[in-house]
Design a protein around this ligand. Sequence first.
Ligand SMILES: O=C(O)CCC(=O)C(=O)O
Length: 263
Amino acid sequence: MLGATRVFARARGRQCGLALRRASSAPAVPGSSLQADPKFVDASRGEGLEIGAADAVVFPDAISQEEHDALVEEILHGASDRAMRKFRKRKYQEDHWDAVIVGYKEIERAMPLWPPALASVLQRMQDFVQRYLEEHVERVNGPLEYLPPHIIDLAADGEIRPHVDSIKFSGEVVAGLSLLSTRTMSLRKGRDDPHAYTKDEPAVDLLLPPRSLYILCNRARFDMGHSVERVDPPERRFSIIFRDAIPIDKENDPSSFLSRHIV
Ligand SMILES: O=C(O)CCC(=O)C(=O)O
């Protein structure tokens, strides 16, 4: 993790045309001690990509180590209701040539189903995301409705290929709490075909260590594809994703969250 931070810090020091429009200070939320750290967003290979400085941000110490460990423990060994038992037993989804996400399991888990102490950690994150959007997204002027927090268990060799989340099923934000291991999220110009991307095209990279919260909104949410690529050495990762809801299109199959949310 430290190594990756150093790589990012070095990359940011280079004089490449930075894509992020610089904010006068790191994007923040009034009254909150959480501060986005620009060192975790590397735009040095993002030439030509237009994203506002507040559109893709990382808050590195969003939760404490104790809260992190308790969330991981809960996902691995906690509540033993049927849904969680099934989730734990399920095999990782295999790689298909047309898959956007490979080597993963997922489950939506509504706030009341979490132990109260953890529900309050997740609620704190969601409330923070809401306040962030009110501050940095013009269209957001009041409370949004949120989907249940969504757990993604990404196998050590799993990856999420570039995609723009469907605007049919979720709204202004994709925000994620990262657990267990560090990965990089890359933002590239959005397009329909996740396989039309190449690794060396312009990208903005977000470093996502455990305990960090990222927020994608505005152009980073709607105009850019995001991906979570493999790491070497491979390491398993959990994320807990927060999104706001828009009215569900009843014609779409509600059985798979990702098939509804990822185009
Ligand atoms: O696991 C993550 O942080 C990324 C999740 C993602 O790409 C998505 O839910 O659209």
